[in-house]
Design a protein around this ligand. Structure first.
Ligand SMILES: [Zn+2]
Ligand SMILES: [Zn+2]
Length: 149
């Protein structure tokens, strides 16, 4: 019986495995936060996650959500995105990708493009730095915001 052939379900199972391997205890709340992140096609803020789950876990606080996100970040399951002074958004990371950001509503959409490794090696060569990483963000107006203009 193929019980786990659903794509997102597999991804969730993988994430749970990674938590277990890192020795992280899986509480129902932690599982719910993880599930929300894996299934989220957006890049939610801690507040959005909290609002989505507070009905299910009335005793959960925003701090709990933050704590879980910190645990996930520390083991590399999620990436914390900080763009400008808006509150952090969280991205369940499967593969490296860039982000296209709406300047009107702050929506972040994944954009898959080969990582610009050659830029890093050139920067290293030219400056003598040891390059650790780079950031590239693309800004514009999302389709939803374009309509209302
Ligand atoms: Zn927008
Ligand atoms: Zn992303």
């Amino acid at each position: 019986m193929a019980m786990h052939d659903h794509h997102e379900h597999n991804e969730l199972q993988d994430a749970v495995e990674r938590l277990k391997q890192s020795g992280v205890r899986i509480t129902p709340q932690r599982f719910a936060v993880l599930e929300f992140l894996v299934n989220a096609k957006s890049h939610p803020t801690a507040d959005e996650i909290y609002k989505a789950l507070e009905g299910k876990f009335p005793n959960m606080s925003v701090a709990t959500v933050y704590n879980n996100l910190r645990v996930f970040r520390e083991i590399g399951l999620v990436k914390e995105l900080t763009y400008g002074d808006a509150s952090s958004r969280f991205d369940y990371t499967t593969s490296k990708h860039y982000h296209v950001i709406c300047e009107s509503c702050g929506k972040i959409v994944d954009f898959h493009y080969p990582t610009l490794d050659e830029v890093e090696s050139l920067a290293e060569k030219v400056t003598g730095f040891s390059i650790s990483h780079h950031r590239m963000e693309i800004y514009g107006t999302c389709p939803g915001c374009k309509v209302t203009h």
